[in-house]
Ligand binder design. Structure first.
Ligand SMILES: NC(=O)c1ccc[n+]([C@@H]2O[C@H](COP(=O)([O-])OP(=O)(O)OC[C@H]3O[C@@H](n4cnc5c(N)ncnc54)[C@H](O)[C@@H]3O)[C@@H](O)[C@H]2O)c1
Length: 357
């Protein structure tokens, strides 16, 4: 992408997703890695060494000293949700732009505060809903929004992980449940693909693994009714024993599409992701191959750069990210109630379950 300048970037959080961010951007002509930061100094040092891209990339355990640097423009926040608000606030107060991982925050109150501060500042803030930048999802959105499926009536989504790295998932579960952590992506997809609002939210969940952190659950299902009556569900678990499974299916009165990621294809994986399209009117099946990166981190940061350079809105907007977050959090509260777990928030206005949203 041709941009107006080389953008100075700092990565805060050199973990699983931080690595995916930096791997895709550090060598680009319009990116200069200024610093890598992690509580674990050795990890930060190795990141700064590996991903310098020919620059003198610095490292540290605290992001704050780097905020004074004039050659720093953009901060990628790839840490746990509970840290996002504070880091984002420090960054925009220092005049830096922010790409922040989802979920926005652990609670609605904090997420609202995050959005208020982001909107009031002169910096640009983009929430990292990576599927918005995925070519397969973009194609599916275009097909659904152009009416190829008729009226959309049913959305089925499953994303279960058979967890192989217990320690990492235990930490993620402390932050939030899978239907919040992954759910924000897919509730956003539902609103984006259909242009419809979620009007009714219910859910169920439970504890599947022998060991989970206190006050949380590792499996959940969120069920929704959209404003046209469409039925939608999203199921997500991170457990020791469930099978890893990925289903993304959109069913309308005139047809159906199913997204099959290349990893889940039985054959022709080299041809990329597959959109399987059934057209009821002609009774034909079409297979559409889309060769793309699942997490296109470069496209995502270029969206933020475009927001900065051309004052564009970005996608998702903060409102869209907030809407998806509210929906998954209200379902999470509902499930927490049924499991007698503590609520994440004491804001009773959050209870949308069974009500018009
Ligand atoms: N968009 C996606 O597809 C996707 C995928 C996975 C995770 N995530 C999100 O990314 C965030 C991080 O998840 P992860 O899987 O990378 O976790 P992780 O545990 O692999 O990495 C987090 C890293 O951040 C560091 N860290 C935390 N707080 C810090 C701070 N204040 N200062 C410096 N370093 C700090 C930790 O030491 C750790 O190395 C979560 O919000 C998660 O929901 C998004």
């Amino acid at each position: 992408m041709q941009t107006k300048k080389v953008w100075g970037v700092m990565l805060v959080g050199c973990g699983h997703i931080g690595k995916q961010h930096i791997e895709e951007i550090y060598y680009r002509d319009n990116i200069r890695m200024v610093a890598c930061v992690d509580y674990n100094e050795e990890t930060a040092r190795l990141f700064s060494k590996r991903y310098s891209g020919g620059y003198n990339t610095q490292y540290g355990t605290d992001y704050k000293p780097f905020l004074n640097r004039e050659d720093l423009d953009i901060v990628i926040i790839a840490t746990y949700a509970e840290t996002h608000l504070e880091i984002m606030r420090d960054c925009v107060n220092a005049g830096k732009h922010v790409l922040c991982e989802k979920p926005i925050a652990p609670t609605i109150a904090e997420a609202e505060q995050f959005c208020r501060i982001a909107k009031a500042s002169s910096s640009k803030v983009l929430i990292a809903h990576i599927l918005r930048h995925n070519q397969t999802y973009k194609k599916a959105a275009e097909m659904i929004r152009s009416g190829r499926l008729g009226d959309i009536r049913l959305i089925r989504m499953v994303q279960n992980h058979h967890i192989m790295n217990k320690e990492r998932y235990m930490r993620l579960l402390e932050d939030c449940s899978p239907i919040v952590d992954c759910g924000v992506h897919y509730v956003d997809v539902i609103r984006w693909f259909t242009g419809l609002e979620v009007e009714d939210i219910r859910g169920m969940g439970g504890i599947v693994s022998r060991v989970v952190p206190p006050n949380t659950y590792d499996y959940g299902m969120i069920t929704m009714k959209l404003s046209n009556g469409c039925t939608a569900y999203y199921e997500a678990g991170w457990t020791d024993t469930t099978a890893s499974e990925n289903l993304k299916e959109f069913v309308g009165t005139d047809g159906r599409i199913r997204i099959i990621l290349s990893d889940y294809r039985h054959d022709h994986r080299e041809e990329g992701d597959l959109i399987e399209y059934y057209d009821k009117l002609t009774e034909t099946y079409t297979s559409i191959n889309i060769k793309c990166k699942y997490k296109d981190m470069y496209a995502q940061i270029c969206t933020l750069i475009d927001m900065i350079e051309n004052d564009t809105e970005g996608f998702p907007t903060l409102e869209d990210a907030m809407a998806a977050f509210r929906i998954v959090l209200s379902c999470d509260e509902y499930i927490r109630n049924t499991l007698n777990l503590d609520q994440k928030s004491d804001d009773i206005s959050l209870h949308y379950v069974g009500e018009k949203f």
